[in-house]
Design a protein around this ligand. Sequence first.
Ligand code: AMP
Ligand code: MG
Length: 406
Amino acid sequence: MRSVAEHQAVVAGLLAPAPVEEVPLPQARGRVLGADLTASIALPPFDNSAMDGYAVRAADVAGATEGDPVVLPVAADIPAGRTDVPPLEPGTAHRIMTGAPMPVGADAVVQVEFTDGGVDRVQIRHAPAAGTHVRTIGEDVPPGTVVLRAGTVLGAPQIGLAAAVGSATVPVRRPPHVLVLSTGSELVAPGTPLQPGQIYESNGPMLAAAVQDAGGHAELLRFVPDDVEAFTTVLQERIAEGVDLVLTSGGVSAGAYEVVKDGLTGRGVQFVRVAMQPGGPQGAGRLEIEGPGAGLPVVTLPGNPVSTQVSFEVFVRPALRAALGHPYPRRPSVTATLGERLTSPAGKRQFRRGILDAVDGTVREVGSPASHLLGALARADCLIVLPEDVTAAEVGDEVEVWLLDG
Ligand code: AMP
Ligand code: MG
């Protein structure tokens, strides 16, 4: 039997680092930066006023008080955006707005509330220290600084910063293109009536969503019955340039009609049992076929919906995120206190579905270990990890928990 870590390494080894492409900044939200972003300019780009008020030389107004104001002529008006700011002559003030460039010769700003707001002459009732309300060039970001590291997920603040340093486009990783293919003669599409013995196809939409959550680009193929001919035909029809991974579900366990196993055995995909629960039967490899699909990575997941999704979490999600250059491809994990006793088979790593109480740090199972309980999976917010050597965990024991929405 293969260990969880061994199969994780096999799956991760199938995906090369995603290529880097330049995209316009407004389209970069949620993408992963593919190279360090260096600022070629300073932030702020020039000394400017932090207040609406008057730019002065602190020495000229050193004696100003409420009862004994200093009066200065207003020699210029500097709104934000003025590019031809005259220097400040000694003994004068410039009216200045927030974000406007500081005139050469001024070293402080008196906010308008400490003045009479005069246009030709201004009465100043406060003596600022030099530097007051001046934002200095480069105090946020000196020029030449790496402002965003490769591997950063671009959210709103990061996109704002990239724009502020003048980037119209950013280098990001191209999302791996993943074909999702479900198998099973019992499956029908949601939205059509069910005959007795049929169920709705749920793994395909679930895996496609999981691929997107991980930063990949999912293409949901129509699902196929347990017919090797139909399976290989659909696969070969769709395999083309630009596909990075084929992800199947179902048809890999020990029964009859194991369509994925039957269709891909001897064609580069190795079918193994992994020491975990749920998700024991797994397959992975590179297609050994003639033509455009040659060498294409394939990961075959078991069909029970909880097995499918947990297998994706354990093997595929970290591999996709590593290919995207995430510095931390795994789910964040925390230590939690078990709120109930759980038993677990020897020699297998169990991933139980849990709900974590974020206030007191206790975690409880939702549902049971059974791998068809999709309702329970959908209520869970974490996976409780019970290692291979654990056969019983008691109330109050510390357990590792993977946070699913992190
Ligand atoms: P299999 O791995 O094909 O033997 O399937 C195991 C169990 O998962 C069976 O109960 C299947 O009906 C169910 N199953 C397999 N594929 C899907 C799917 N795409 N959607 C929902 N249930 C599925
Ligand atoms: Mg099946």
